[in-house]
Structure formats: C-alpha cells, structure tokens
Design a protein around this ligand. Sequence first.
Ligand code: SAM
Length: 250
Amino acid sequence: MASINKQIVKGDFYGIGVGPGDPELLTVKARRVLSQVDIVFAPKAAIAANSFAYEIVKECVSESKIETITFPMTKNKTELKSFWKDAAEQVYQKICEGKNVAFITIGDPFIYSTYNYLLRHLIILDNTINVYTIPGISVVNAIASLFNVPLAEGEDKFIVTPLPSHLAELKKLIEQFETVVLLKIGKNLKPLLEFLKKNDYEKNAYFARHIGCSSQIVIENISELIDSKNEAGYMSTMIIRRNERGGSLS
Ligand SMILES: C[S@@+](CC[C@H](N)C(=O)[O-])C[C@H]1O[C@@H](n2cnc3c(N)ncnc32)[C@H](O)[C@@H]1O
C-alpha cells in the first residue's frame, strides 16, 4: 500500500496593533483576528512586570493562547539582532506546524515597534508566509485626542520622534515643525522639563503617561511636573505645539 505523504500547510502570520492602552481602542478587525488565531505572541520588556500589549487584549484573548517574548533592554545591535532572530525562529516554528499566529504590539505596528524587527527576521526565514499587518491607533493619535489639540492643520508640518538626546536638536525641531510629538522620554524627563521652562515652552506642552490605562496621568500644566520623579518619563508622551493650540486660521 502506498504511503500518503501528508504535507502540513503553513499557518498565516498577523502583526496586530492593539492601540495605546484602552481596550475600547482595539479595532474591530484586531478583535476578530485575535479571536480566530491559534497563538498570540506578546512582547514584554525585561524590566516590565507584564506585557503592556497583553494587558490591553486580555479580556478578548484566552490566556492559553498567549506566549510571551521577553526582550532584553539593550541598545547593543548585535545582541538585539540575535534576540529577534531567535524570536522569529520561535514564531516560524509554530507557523510551520500549521498554526495561525499573531504578534501583538502597542499602538501601531509600524511606529517604533518591536514588530519591525520580528517581521524582518521572519521574512528572512521564509518570504512565502502570508503576512497580514493590522494597523492600530497610535499613542500619537491618543494623546492629541486626550487634550483636544490638533496635530496639524492647513499647511502645518508635524513630526513624531523619540526625545533627542541633545536638547539643542529638539529646539531645532520645534522651529521647523508646528507640532512635535515626543516618544521614549524615559529617564530624560527632568532635563526635558528644564528645557521647556528655559525656552518658555511650558504653555505649549501637553504630557500624558499610561494613556488609556487605569494608571493614566494627564498633565496640562507642565510646571506641575517639574519636581516629578524620573520614572514618570516611562510610557509617557508629550506634544509640543509651537503656537500653543495652533489655530493659524483663527
Ligand atoms: C516603542 S514606542 C511604541 C509606539 C507605538 N507603536 C504607537 O504607535 O503608539 C513606545 C513609546 O510610545 C509611547 N507610549 C506607548 N504607549 C503609551 C501610553 N499608553 N501612554 C503614553 N505613552 C505611550 C511612549 O513614549 C513609549 O516610550
């Protein structure tokens, strides 16, 4: 009797943006795909207690589907490359077993996300996999809505950037762009606040931390933050408008 060689059909891969923190800002599509896939990989920073992305989706994804990927807190490119290569192999193995797999990420997958690293390595392993990226609401949109402040109107230009390590660079950006959205403030909150005070930008700055979470902090009056502890910069975002609330047509 001839043996039947059953070939396993590879699963699909979904990169899902889960929004900034509020589960209600998860898209309908993200919810549907999360309920349909077999495995959900959730990234977690080594220093964090939990995966922030998982916290957002936990009410609509069964815990048994979750696999955590704990990434190292390093800027060493060789170490990072080797880590994401291994993570991609872990994901690829499940895809080869015929599983439909998702990787969740905060905000939008293509804005400063670990998804970029994972996807790059996955495609190197196999560029025939079906990859579907589902956009998410970015923290950039969330902070503007929180303060009812426009990011851009008319001919305005706006930029989204990690806080530059040299604040002279930030001054140049504010001169060039009507709106600057700062991510990755981290331990540099204090010098940033001093910069805003010194340059008389305090009234033009809007700061929020843990947007959409129960621990959310919203600061309209930046001078209130001056004596704040350094960790307040983590998972926080700031909008700086060159002309306060804008309104070039008003
Ligand atoms: C690696 S980036 C991820 C950005 C994300 N992909 C997006 O589209 O929103 C991480 C930075 O986003 C900002 N961030 C993400 N979620 C946030 C939240 N819920 N509240 C405030 N800032 C947040 C912080 O500046 C943090 O350092």
